[in-house]
Design a binder for this molecule. Sequence first.
Ligand SMILES: CC(C)(COP(=O)(O)OP(=O)(O)OC[C@H]1O[C@@H](n2cnc3c(N)ncnc32)[C@H](O)[C@@H]1OP(=O)(O)O)[C@@H](O)C(=O)NCCC(=O)NCCS
Length: 141
Amino acid sequence: MIKKTCVDDLHYLENLERLCFPLENWNFKQIQSHHEIHPSLLYFAEDSEIPLGYLLYSETSFELEILRFGVLIEARRRGIAESLLGFLVDLAEARDIILEVNCQNFPAIAFYEKKGFINFAVRKRYYPDGKDAILMKKEPK
Ligand SMILES: CC(C)(COP(=O)(O)OP(=O)(O)OC[C@H]1O[C@@H](n2cnc3c(N)ncnc32)[C@H](O)[C@@H]1OP(=O)(O)O)[C@@H](O)C(=O)NCCC(=O)NCCS
């Protein structure tokens, strides 16, 4: 149900980005450039060829960084984000996973805290809306 993206999947990512982040989203070119270096993850329900969630990440030998992560509104609270993150945790093996999140994004913060992420820094007034970014990380078990 979870697969890494190939070139043919990039239109899915563009669509999911627009639906999950209506106010600011990566355009096709940004997604394409990212894909040239790192694959992304797509979540498909068993009975559908349309993905319901996605996760874009980058990786080095020390850590993985979540760059974009979303689930369609109508598919939320069904464990899809947990499944995508679980896949990433397996990929991470002994590496940390890091991310930044808007301090007002309470659903995402609740999700990450549930999954064992801790705050390790704040970037003041980082986003265009003037809100702080919270940097979170999950260390390997
Ligand atoms: C954050 C997001 C990816 C979570 O996706 P999801 O598939 O609904 O999450 P899950 O169903 O796997 O949730 C797992 C747990 O996280 C917590 N959680 C998820 N959404 C929550 C919410 N809205 N409020 C409080 N807790 C929440 C709950 O503990 C939940 O478990 P439960 O449903 O058994 O109570 C989704 O809300 C989303 O796409 N938001 C918009 C995009 C975004 O903000 N992305 C993150 C940017 S950093």
